[in-house]
Design a protein around this ligand. Structure first.
Ligand code: ZN
Length: 244
């Protein structure tokens, strides 16, 4: 359907192939679990793409026709070709939305668009995570309560070395005591970027209805807006200028 927002769910897809426990949680990959939820929403046209496909599944008309790209990567960030990274970033600047999940904080496109190290503290102890909504009027938390709990997750802790977000929507608290800016909105030229923390591969986080709802909300928030074209450089005056 041409008037539906086109979403491409990109996943590295390696953990699911290498680890039987993870494959059990996500038999068709984490991208398939996320894509199934988004497709069932009814208003989105959802595709998937993975690292091991030619051009990482992002060649041809895939990026030009994608309205919002979701990105999950971890163990193979370095295998993502720089030429594809450049194309992803150029599309974001031209208005494509980008939703970066969990360990995607270290992905090449996110680091390039942020311009910082995007480093953080981490610990894998299966502890409880509570995500607090701190901007209750924001479209990304539409339909949520004050917080959501995830029974078992990897911990990410501050400091998270990112530029100050344009909007901070969610903050996580972890049972071990750390806090983390878990839902961060950024704008880069015409494009919107949302970083969303949950989603360690060893836990069933992408079966959690609250997490999936936030991802779906973020996709709609990040959708391209048919605004004016952008021009840079020398520009003729619109009005007659008085010359001295
Ligand atoms: Zn992780």
């Amino acid at each position: 359907m041409p008037d539906q927002l086109r979403v491409t769910v990109w996943n590295e897809g390696r953990h699911e192939k290498k680890n039987a426990q993870i494959a059990k949680l996500y038999p068709d990959g984490m991208h398939a679990a996320i894509a199934a939820y988004l497709q069932a929403c009814g208003d989105l046209d959802v595709r998937t793409a993975t690292l091991d496909e030619p051009d990482h599944g992002l060649g041809g008309d895939v990026l030009p026709t994608t309205g919002v790209l979701i990105w999950w990567g971890h163990m193979a960030h370095h295998e993502v070709k720089d030429a594809i990274v450049d194309k992803v970033c150029a599309r974001v600047l031209d208005g494509m939305g980008l939703v970066v999940l969990h360990s995607g904080h270290y992905s090449k496109p996110f680091r390039k668009l942020m311009g910082t190290s995007c480093s953080l503290k981490w610990r894998e102890a299966g502890e409880k995570e509570r995500l607090w909504v701190v901007e209750p009027g924001h479209p990304i938390v539409q339909g949520l309560g004050e917080y959501i709990d995830i029974p078992h997750e990897e911990m990410y802790g501050e400091r998270f070395d990112i530029p100050e977000p344009d909007a901070l929507v969610l903050i996580s608290w972890f049972a071990g005591g750390e806090v983390f800016r878990s839902g961060c909105c950024f704008r880069r030229n015409k494009g919107k970027i949302f970083y969303f923390r949950p989603g360690h591969e060893s836990y069933p986080t992408y079966h959690h209805q609250g997490v999936l709802k936030i991802i779906a909300n973020a996709v709609r928030w990040a959708a391209p807006v048919p605004g004016p074209d952008v021009f840079f450089g020398n520009f003729k005056p619109l009005e007659k200028l008085e010359t001295a």
